[in-house]
Design a protein around this ligand. Structure first.
Ligand SMILES: NC(=O)c1ccc[n+]([C@@H]2O[C@H](COP(=O)([O-])OP(=O)(O)OC[C@H]3O[C@@H](n4cnc5c(N)ncnc54)[C@H](O)[C@@H]3O)[C@@H](O)[C@H]2O)c1
Length: 268
């Protein structure tokens, strides 16, 4: 008779996920609203201490108030991800907020997104190009750079790219190029931080119904739904699951990857 399945009979490497540290500190940039706030709510709900960073400090404080009202522990910090001094202070403050000085998860979510002007590439304003690159691409590099010495063994860095990289969305060269750069940066950081057991992955959301998205497109709730395998619009919580997974115990051997979360509109 075949013995019933028993975990005890399995080799450790088949059964045991590495344990997460009991109290983790999660730093989320651009968390004054939108996806950043949705990430903050879900990480706090699983007991993590959450640092909510944004240029919009009032919005960051509102996010923290939400988390605390639900019993979470969180800190709002004003930070500009394009400024070395600002992210150096942010990293030090996040480390001080952590119970043992260590940062366990970084979500590089801050970006200029819905306000980026749509123009043919010949007409994109050069200063706007530089601003988009500074926030969307230089930002994740600077934040990770500033936090590097505080990262715990087994930490996770998650960078927000976009599924627009796959479609090559016309008249948005600066935004799309910045998000393509995020994928490339993710791979380099994965190689370098892998030596310290830190994973670095990107999430590429499809069009998702945040407040910013409603401002971007008329009829946002129906936009692109017919092109998806799953025939509904994407909500912030659809993206949150990917972040929880990439920061969780089941993904400690996944690094340098880009997880497309777009309801099957495009395939890698
Ligand atoms: N919503 C979507 O459809 C969608 C799709 C693909 C990718 N994304 C990406 O997901 C992320 C979140 O998107 P969202 O819809 O919540 O956008 P959002 O505009 O609501 O959020 C961006 C946040 O970043 C902050 N921010 C901007 N510049 C900053 C800076 N210099 N320093 C610190 N904070 C700064 C803003 O204040 C804002 O709170 C972005 O990276 C975006 O590019 C969004």
């Amino acid at each position: 008779m075949t013995a019933p399945f028993s975990k005890a009979a399995m080799p450790d490497e088949c059964t045991d996920q590495p344990a997460l540290r009991p109290v983790r500190t999660v730093l989320i940039t651009g968390a004054a609203g939108g996806l950043g706030r949705a990430f903050a709510v879900s990480f706090a709900a699983q007991g993590d201490r959450v640092v909510v960073a944004d240029t919009n400090v009032e919005g960051a404080q509102q996010t923290v108030a939400l988390l605390e009202a639900a019993g979470g522990t969180a800190l709002a910090l004003q930070a500009n991800v394009t400024q070395l001094d600002s992210v150096t202070q942010l990293a030090a403050d996040a480390s001080a907020f952590a119970s043992d000085g260590k940062i366990d998860v970084i979500i590089n979510n801050a970006a200029i997104y819905a306000t980026v002007t749509r123009s043919p590439f010949e007409e994109i304003d050069v200063d706007e190009w530089d601003r988009v690159m500074a926030v969307n691409l230089k930002g994740p590099w600077l934040v990770t750079r500033a936090c590097s010495s505080y990262l715990s063994d087994g930490a996770a860095v998650i960078n927000l790219s976009s599924a627009t990289v796959l479609s090559g969305s016309a008249q948005w060269a600066h935004y799309v190029a910045s998000k393509g750069g995020v994928i490339a940066l993710t791979r380099v950081l994965a190689k370098e931080l892998g030596e310290r057991n830190v994973t670095v992955n990107a999430i590429a959301p499809g069009f998702t119904l945040t407040e910013a998205s409603y401002g971007l497109i008329e009829g946002a709730a129906d936009y692109g739904v017919d092109r998806g395998s799953i025939k509904r619009a994407s909500e912030p919580d659809d993206i949150v699951g990917a972040a929880l997974f990439l920061a969780g115990p089941g993904s400690r051997y996944i690094t340098g990857q880009t997880l497309v979360v777009d309801g099957g509109r495009q395939f890698l």
